[in-house]
Design a protein around this ligand. Structure first.
Ligand SMILES: [Zn+2]
Length: 329
């Protein structure tokens, strides 16, 4: 993809153009410059958010892959406002999305953003972090998050520069957490406490959940997917165990990492448990029969195809990850 400002500058620099052409080019470049300046002066459009509990707001991301068109805004992200301060839960899939989240916060309150909690390492949850650096926020992550970011961060930046383009990725950088969660951490927003819990390897090896005690709302991060196929990047056995523990948390409502907010009566956790159990059972059967990993990638979990969005994008990868884990049982 070619961007107007880049292509214009390159053409001017490269060619020995005749004067009238040069004037036209200069004028058009000026026009481009003006339009960019006008654009950058426009206020950032606030992200659409729903107040699902008092002073607790959620933006429901598209159920989609991250693209230049959606600016990476595919994860559910949100914020909670206390008497003194605000906590952000995941910053989104680009600095643009992070800025739009900040604009949505500023529509509700002038209180400082004291915490940005990253539920785990994946780009759709952390690429907006830089939008909150100037707020002086403390970035909070699982004790394993720094190691995960060190291993994957540069790969994510390079890969999503190709996928979403230089323009959207220009300001995105990896912001490591400044405060780590070993097991549990209580955050005080002033008359409102958030309980941040670090989990053993499940969706990833650095998953956090956040419980707002005032409203009994659980931000589950990507430990819970609704409609969107679950994506395995941690441990399938660990994840199945964590689902059972999540089901035991007395929450009135749950914000999944992807898909609509659910209440306690929702069968969503059962759906996710069923998918992972099917995948594990299929993969174990294939391993027992001596089938290679590429056969597992194409056949395991296929009976779940009709039940999930983005199945073709992730199921083979999930089967491969499950195989790599379960062949050593
Ligand atoms: Zn994730």
């Amino acid at each position: 993809m070619v961007y107007p400002r880049d292509s214009g500058a390159r053409q001017i620099g490269r060619s020995r153009i005749q004067r009238p052409v040069a004037v036209v080019a200069a004028v058009s470049l000026l026009a481009i410059g003006v339009s960019f300046a006008t654009y950058s002066r426009q206020p950032t459009a606030p992200l659409t958010t729903n107040e699902i509990a008092p002073a607790l707001f959620v933006h429901i991301g598209d159920i989609a892959l991250m693209t230049s068109g959606n600016e990476g805004a595919v994860a559910n992200i949100g914020f909670v406002v206390g008497d003194d301060a605000v906590a952000v839960i995941d910053s989104g899939g680009s600095v643009r999305e992070g800025r739009r989240l900040l604009a949505a916060i500023r529509r509700q309150t002038t209180k400082p953003v004291r915490y940005v909690i990253n539920t785990h390492l994946h780009p759709d949850h952390i690429f907006g972090n830089a939008a909150f650096e100037s707020e002086g926020a403390t970035f909070i992550g699982h004790k394993n998050l720094p190691r995960a970011l060190a291993a994957r961060g540069q790969f994510y930046l390079d890969a999503f520069r190709r996928i979403m383009g230089d323009d959207i990725m220009a300001e995105v950088k990896i912001v490591a957490p400044s405060r780590l969660v070993e097991t549990e951490l209580r955050l005080d927003l002033g008359g409102r406490a958030l309980v941040v819990t670090a989990w053993p390897a499940a969706h990833s090896d650095n998953d956090l959940t956040i419980l707002d005690e005032a409203s009994h709302t659980l931000f589950a991060g990507d430990l819970v997917f609704v409609q969107h196929i679950p994506v395995l990047d941690g441990s399938i056995r660990g994840w199945m165990a964590v689902i059972d523990q999540l089901a035991g948390i007395p929450a009135a409502r749950l914000v999944p990492g992807h898909g609509p907010v659910i209440d306690a009566a929702s069968p969503a956790l059962d759906d996710q448990r069923r998918y992972l159990a099917r995948l594990a059972q299929d993969v174990r059967g294939l391993i027992a029969r001596g089938a290679p990993i590429d056969i597992a990638a194409h056949s395991a979990g296929q009976s779940e195809k009709g039940s999930w969005t983005l199945f073709e994008d992730y199921n083979s990868r999930n089967a491969t990850a499950a195989y790599a884990e379960l062949e050593w049982e």
